[in-house]
Design a protein around this ligand. Sequence first.
Ligand SMILES: NC(=O)c1ccc[n+]([C@@H]2O[C@H](COP(=O)([O-])OP(=O)(O)OC[C@H]3O[C@@H](n4cnc5c(N)ncnc54)[C@H](O)[C@@H]3O)[C@@H](O)[C@H]2O)c1
Length: 247
Amino acid sequence: MPSRVVLITGAARGLGTVIATRFHEAGYCVAIGDIMFDAAQSLANSLSPDGGTALAVRLDVTLKADFESARDTIASTWGRVDVLVNNAGASKVVALMDITGEQFDQVINVNLRSVLFGCQVFGQYFADLGVGRIVNIASLAGQNGGSATGAHYAAAKGGVITLTKVFARDLAAKGVTVNAISPGPMDLPIVHESVPKDKLTAVIAGIPVGKLGSAQYIADAAVLLSADNAYFATGACWDVNGGLFMR
Ligand SMILES: NC(=O)c1ccc[n+]([C@@H]2O[C@H](COP(=O)([O-])OP(=O)(O)OC[C@H]3O[C@@H](n4cnc5c(N)ncnc54)[C@H](O)[C@@H]3O)[C@@H](O)[C@H]2O)c1
């Protein structure tokens, strides 16, 4: 059987790199979509030195046309696409009452508009194929109102969980599943870069399981939700937050 093919957005660093590496280990051909093209290219080179099973794709997730050209590039390289992981995200912490319209739009665009366009472009492509898997990376902030990451980010991630349900319902009869994974604070570079060491100790102390989350586990969950036999899981949100939020 030919390899399955996945596009992961924002895969040049952080969680996206862990997810891309895990899909590659699971036998997938992996397209690494990012605005940081050089970093995406060096990940592709390290996963697949001969370029056969990993490909860097220039992709700004705020642009629908970039998703369309990523789809066409990947399909012409490997014949098809089976899975999209909408992972790209970003936030700048700004005090609630100080968030400007421009800052709000920027964070909504990268975290939410991206999911709209990814699900539109690949949802239609998968629906035409009669099969496909979409995994959206949400956040605990979208479920509990967030704190450290800003109101714009929390609002966007709440929207990601809602869009996941909307696309899941729309695409269910066409063989396409759409699910979210909602991580709490993870043991990832952005957390160590943006939270001072003493504050991080307090953050960890406040997590019921007493540790930051494992990016590898999120990647495993994404692979599981993308399997052929995952057709019955759709419109769901897989919470991975160390017990910080329980439904
Ligand atoms: N780190 C955490 O603890 C945590 C917790 C919950 C959710 N998340 C979510 O996980 C995802 C990955 O987070 P991370 O920690 O790896 O973040 P990160 O900032 O380390 O990496 C984000 C990646 O997205 C890329 N990106 C940013 N804007 C882009 C754009 N317009 N187009 C394409 N790519 C773009 C960046 O270049 C980078 O490679 C995000 O959606 C984030 O919101 C992270």
